[in-house]
Design a protein around this ligand. Structure first.
Ligand SMILES: Cc1ncc(COP(=O)(O)O)c(C=O)c1O
Length: 397
């Protein structure tokens, strides 16, 4: 049976694509080697620089985020290279698996997934690596499976304190445009980004933003690369073109999404996400449930992973919410399968959409017979009202 009304897509990406972005893509596809295209290409490359806060090249792929993971490794490293990765959760584990399949030698700093990166562990490992056998440190900024966000500036400091020359690669797939990120200032060598989360686009685009140091490493790195090769991209990109057929209509959408983020102001977008993360956690706490992330400094402002009470299935709960209230929530991934559900609160999202989302969760808990306290939505609304009143007072001053 058709479910009336707009579906609530509250998985932590892909996110709701705003109408403005949909309209921007609803255009004839143009000749990607013709005169009009170059301006679009230059505009989106520059636009991504302004979001990642970087000044170097940005290579955009017609691929999902996993492609940009592979591109980052394949362009900068050689077979057998030792890389230091940090087990923040499911996505960090997938990235490590790619490194293994490419013939690299990843070392995983293990964790229980309940916090972000511990920079002291990175510093200790790098300090031990006197021969500088570690060629890169790879971390996930916002671990979408757990709802823990790492402090990338602290990772940078850890590498500097160990006085280690390793490249720093950061996956920003579920943080860019939603959580503060500064590639140049934090000395990140390769930023990995994707279209379908904070950038408010459909899936299908990903990119690498690259430092001079990473570009230099790519000159001597010997892992085979073809489709992902930065050097194939660099020439045509100078004039906004690509070595193969780009996702023209997604690029129209990207140009619009970048404009939208700047119209709001990046800092305002970050503050909005923080507010929604906090409101969501207040609801979870009032329901008497537990947030999976156990380190408050690492709470994610884009996704909240909620633990199911013992003996209750996260997947059965999500099915009730989907079938009864027309809302998709995120599932638990790998070792968290069925033990948690995830609430995505990122992208083109406002207070009332969050209120609807949390209402759907609270209704679902009731209908699915999951033990909980009442009042989660009220707790979130009280916080949102307080914050809105504060913002009005400060704009009146
Ligand atoms: C943090 C993070 N990294 C990487 C990926 C993989 O991206 P994709 O599924 O677009 O290949 C995801 C997907 O959700 C993600 O959340």
């Amino acid at each position: 049976m058709r479910q009336a009304g707009r579906h609530f897509l509250q998985i932590p990406g892909p996110t709701n694509v705003p109408d403005r972005v949909l309209r921007a893509m609803d255009m004839p596809t143009i000749d990607h080697r013709g005169p009009e295209f170059g301006a679009l290409g230059l505009r989106v490359i520059d636009g991504l620089r302004s979001i990642a806060k970087c000044s170097g090249p940005v290579f955009i792929y017609p691929a999902s985020g996993s492609g940009a993971w592979e591109a980052a490794l394949a362009n900068t490293l050689s077979p057998g290279d030792h890389v230091l990765m940090y087990e923040t959760g499911h996505f960090a584990s997938l990235w490590k698996a790619i490194a293994e399949r490419l013939g690299l030698d990843p070392e995983f700093i293990q964790s229980d997934w309940r916090a972000g990166v511990n920079p002291a562990a990175i510093e200790a490992r790098l300090t031990d690596d006197k021969s500088h056998s570690i060629k890169a440190v790879c971390v996930v900024h916002n671990e979408t499976s757990t709802g823990c966000a790492s402090k990338i500036d602290e990772v940078r400091k850890a590498i500097d304190s160990a006085n280690h020359p390793a490249l720093l690669m950061v996956d920003t797939i579920s943080s860019l445009g939603s959580i503060d990120y500064r590639q140049d200032e934090w000395g990140v060598d390769v930023t990995i980004g994707g279209s379908q989360k904070g950038l408010m686009l459909p899936p299908g685009l990903s990119f690498n933003a690259v430092s001079e140091k990473a570009l230099a490493a790519s000159q001597s790195a010997t892992l085979p690369r073809s489709f992902w090769s930065w050097s194939e991209m660099a020439g045509p990109n100078q004039k906004g073109f690509f070595p193969y057929t780009p996702s023209t209509n997604l690029l129209y959408g990207l140009a619009e999404a970048v404009d939208m983020l700047h119209e709001e102001g990046l800092d305002n977008a970050f503050a909005r996400h923080e507010r929604h993360g906090e409101a969501t956690r207040r609801a979870v706490q009032a329901w008497g449930l537990d947030v999976f992330c156990a380190e408050p400094r690492h709470y994610s402002s884009t996704v909240t992973t909620v633990m199911m009470p013992e003996g209750h299935s996260g997947d059965a709960f999500r099915a009730v919410v989907r079938d009864t209230f027309n809302m998709s929530l995120g599932n638990g991934l790998s070792k968290l399968a069925d033990r948690v559900f995830r609430i995505g609160h990122l992208g083109d999202f406002n207070d009332l959409m969050l209120a609807g989302t949390l209402s759907g969760v609270e209704l679902g808990l009731e209908v699915a017979g999951v033990p909980h306290e009442k009042g989660g939505v009220s707790a979130a609304l009280a916080y949102l009202a307080e914050e809105a009143a504060k913002a009005r007072r400060s704009s009146a001053e």
